[in-house]
Design a protein around this ligand. Sequence first.
Ligand code: SF4
Length: 218
Amino acid sequence: MSESKPLPAGVMLQRDKETYAARITPPSGVLTADDLEKMAAVVRKYDIPAVKITSGQRIGFYGLTRDNVHEVCGDMPFRTGGHYVQACPGTEWCKFAHTDAMALADMIENRFGFEPVPAKVKFGISACNFSCGESYIRDIGFIGSPKGWTMIVGGNSGRKPRLGDVVAKQLSTDDALEMTRRFLAFYSENAPEKKRTAHFIEKIGIETVKAELGLEPA
Ligand code: SF4
């Protein structure tokens, strides 16, 4: 494999500065028996030394080499790279759910999973106030209620944690997607490169974001 061939999206050099990790993104973290078998076959074929589930409902494959990283990613049943969309089981499975979290997560992933924005964006979708999808500590979060989706932006769980701000309530699923589009467009047009949403919002103020999005105070 040519050293000059760019690495697949989302592949990162590891601590040893020789091997790579690839993380695949099963939508909402849902896996079928076929998916599991395909992944097991890839692990055996390339003798991958470690597989780990990440906090964002992705699956990481560690210890890949420059020679096999493209083949490994090509053989996987899911994409690598892009933004991640974390979701709780929602009305599909959970007795507390008000909304279909996994359906909204699928729509967001399909529409915005590779949206070009200044920095990575993490989504957290929860179908009730228990917020198992960690909606308040993701760049964009949604929480289901009997009247629709509550939208939260600017959360972060990293080095400088920040709870996101509620910017809209009682959104239909279509409105949730439209608000997501508008927020990402505003973020893209106004935030410097590599500035995460939490720091961007702290700098400009959440009221500015709401005003720019044409939202009534939530
Ligand atoms: S957030 Fe609510 S609906 Fe979703 S898994 Fe947790 S308890 Fe269930």
